[in-house]
Design a protein around this ligand. Structure first.
Ligand SMILES: C[S@@+](CC[C@H](N)C(=O)[O-])C[C@H]1O[C@@H](n2cnc3c(N)ncnc32)[C@H](O)[C@@H]1O
Length: 198
């Protein structure tokens, strides 16, 4: 990674930690993904040559900068969805600050609605980093939009293991997906579409 971009990411991560530290209300925190988790997902974009990446839960754009840097290399595009308008504005500023804004569409809206409007078999990689109880409801749409060999990556699968347990069961029951838990950062659960459905 370009050293200047690495410095921006490092500064932003430290700013996020300082912002979140004193806040008791989880919803007020920026809750940036750990650098290790974001690095793993960026690696998946690179090795899969992913050109169509969708993130649900942008916050201030920290993880989006990692993924935008990866899609810049693959010649692709990142769409990242955030429900909070103030955070959309912060993400747009941070993506520009990192010099990757040209590779990203920041959508202000609900991830469920964006998934509903996404074409069948059109996405290489979906990142879920929003409200975990909603993921079960997302599943039919996620299953529909992922390309063959597409990957779903879910953050906080170790830190909030119980909150993703039902969703993990759904993934594991889908015969066309290979599911793995990576003990990286707060835990990244991946489900890769490796075969045709029965
Ligand atoms: C854990 S933070 C995302 C952190 C971000 N991925 C990062 O690493 O910087 C979760 C974000 O999801 C947003 N969110 C919650 N529900 C959402 C939904 N249904 N659609 C889109 N965004 C949502 C929240 O407003 C919050 O900013």
């Amino acid at each position: 990674m370009d050293p200047q971009l690495a410095r921006v990411l490092d500064d932003l991560y430290q700013e996020g930690r300082a912002h979140d530290g004193p806040l008791a209300d989880r919803l007020l925190r920026l809750r940036n993904m750990t650098p290790d988790a974001a690095r793993l997902i960026a690696l998946l974009i690179h090795v899969g040559r992913g050109t169509s990446v969708l993130e649900i839960g942008t916050s201030n754009g920290y993880s989006a900068i990692w993924f935008a840097d990866a899609v810049r290399d693959t010649g692709g595009r990142l769409t990242t969805v955030e429900i909070d308008e103030t955070r959309v504005a912060a993400a747009l500023r941070n993506l520009e600050r990192a010099g990757v804004g040209a590779h990203v569409d920041v959508v202000h809206g609900d991830g469920a609605d964006v998934l509903a409007k996404t074409a069948d078999g059109s996405v290489d990689l979906v990142v879920l980093d929003a409200e975990r109880p909603a993921y079960v409801e997302y599943w039919p749409r996620l299953r529909r939009v992922l390309k063959p060999y597409g990957v779903l990556a879910v953050d906080n699968a170790v830190s909030h293991r119980e909150q993703v347990a039902d969703f993990r069961e759904l993934l594991t029951a889908a015969p066309e997906f290979s599911v793995q838990l990576h003990e990286v950062g707060d835990g990244v659960l991946t489900a890769a579409r490796v075969r045709e459905a029965d």
